[in-house]
Each structure stands twice: as C-alpha cells, then as structure tokens.
Design a protein. Structure first.
Length: 291
C-alpha cells in the first residue's frame, strides 16, 4: 500500500485549491479568483484501494509584507520539509516571471521528488503546453510533467496514478473515512471569507479576517456568531455595503452553503469590527490560526 504526504505548491492564483478540491472529489478548501485566498496549510486525505494520499494545499508563494504573510510562508516551508512528493502548479495562461523564478529557486533546496503540473490547459489551444514544458524542464529536475485542467478534470486520473507511483510503502496514517483536518469553526470561517472575496472581489481581499466566536447547537438550529476583521473604517463600510447589502448577500450565501454541509438550519450572525494592523497582531493571528 502506498501512503504519503503530497505538497501542492505554486504562486498565488494558479489553481492550487481548485486542484485539491478536484483531486478530492469534494470541497475541502475555499476557492476565489483573488490571489492568496489560502492562508493556512489544508490537509485533504484521500484513501483508495491503492493507498492514502495526504494532500497539503499551501498559501501561494510570495514575498511577505505582514506578520500574517510571514506565517503563511512558514507553512509553505514546513510543508516542503514534511512532503514525500511536491506538485509545482503553474498557470499556462500566465508568462514566466520573477515570481516563478523565486518559486523555482526555493524548490531547488527541497529534497522530495517534484512534479510539474501545468494547469488551466482548457483555456488555451492545443500545443501551448510544449513551450512551457521546454522552459521548465531545464530549470528543475521534475520526475513527471503533467498538463491538467483542475476545473474540467482533465488528466487528473493520470496525475493520481503517477502520484501513487512515487509514494513510499506504508500503513494508513489516517482512518479511511477521514477527508480533512480542518475543524468546523475553521471551515465556517473560510466559507464566510470565500463569500466575502467573491462579493468584494479586488476591493480589499488581503485585509479581511474571519473569526468564529460562537457556535451553539439549539436542537434543530445551529447558531453561529462570527466577526469580520478589517483594518480601516472605510473598509468596514465597503464590507457592509449600502444599506447593509453586501453583508446581507454574503451572509445569505454563506448560510445556504453551511446548511447544505451541516444538514440543518443555520442562524448566522455577522459583525464587522475595525482592528487597525490586525495582520501584524499576534493575538488576533493566534485566534484565527487556532479556530
């Protein structure tokens, strides 16, 4: 039986979380078109007759500007050390740049075998992958190069088969029914943040944090109280929206998805609070981290 940890690495917004969800066959991490959506290392555990793959979805690799970003990059470095295999995901629609070279240089120090996963091939014409393969194959020793579409599911079965080929033999590390390591509180906070990112788009994606302060199971109703942290008073106005429209839409969309997940009625109370510099505040970061 093959068992091991597989780290999904890449620049922001290349489709790492979409790839993880597609490989898992279900949603275990939030997705948005906004870079740096993933702030934590998310485990997705997939058990089949061949063995068990523990996927680690990581924050996009970037140069940190705040304590929050430093913590995000620490998770990436930890993931590289803990991996049995590394999947470097690149976006075929984006030209190679300094950020890509930064990722390559970082991976040169990583010891586990590496795959190059060329994502979003559904968005380009056939043959576009060949120049990308030629470019990357001389930059790093990739054991396999696999063009995929995480969105369409193209070549994901092939990718999974190749992953098993390179994993070590071993016993299951998690019970076979395990799907992810995240808590209900963390899942709830991430779904709320996902809806905020989709609603607000590029207005203030990096300065939003969501803390679930209370969950009460009231027989046939689940009561959830969550705080949305922003850094400025005008950010609070944006999140709330004219006449409370943005917050209402975000709350409705989050509640509907949570009701589907938990299988019961949800009462979701959202409050927006201004905390200047929260991304550099160790106490707030610790609360968000340990949900």
């Amino acid at each position: 039986m093959k068992v091991g940890f597989v780290s999904i690495i890449g620049r922001p917004n290349v489709g790492k979380s979409t790839l993880l969800n597609a490989l898992m066959g279900r949603k275990v991490t939030i997705v948005s078109p906004t870079p740096q959506t993933t702030r934590h290392r998310i485990l997705g555990v997939k058990t089949t007759e061949k063995g068990q793959i523990i996927f680690m979805d990581n924050p996009g690799i970037h140069r940190p500007l705040h304590k929050l970003n430093e913590l995000m990059m620490e998770r990436v470095y930890e993931s590289l050390k803990d991996s049995d295999l590394i999947l470097l995901v690149v976006d075929i629609t984006q030209p190679f740049g300094k950020g890509d070279q930064f990722v390559i240089d970082m991976l040169k120090e990583a010891k586990p075998p590496k795959f190059l996963v060329i994502n979003k091939i559904d968005l380009v014409s056939k043959g576009k992958a060949l120049p990308v393969i030629d470019l990357y194959k001389d930059l790093l020793d990739f054991k396999e190069i696999v063009p995929v579409s995480a969105y369409k599911g193209t070549n994901l079965d092939l990718l999974e088969d190749l992953i098993y080929k390179y994993l070590p033999e071993g016993e299951l590390l998690f019970p076979s029914e395990t799907v992810t390591n995240i808590s209900d509180r963390f899942l709830i906070s991430e779904i709320i943040r996902e809806k905020l990112l989709h609603r607000l788009k590029a207005e203030l994606p990096y300065s939003i944090g969501v803390l679930v302060e209370k969950i009460e199971d009231r027989e046939d109703l689940l009561y959830i109280y969550a705080v949305i942290f922003v850094e400025k008073e005008n950010h609070k106005k944006i999140v709330i929206g004219k006449g409370g429209e943005n917050l209402k839409i975000v709350g409705t969309r989050a509640r509907e998805e949570l009701e589907f997940i938990f299988g019961k009625k949800i009462y979701l109370e959202l409050v927006v609070k201004v905390r200047k510099g929260w991304r550099d505040d160790p106490s707030i970061l610790a609360m968000l981290e340990n949900q």
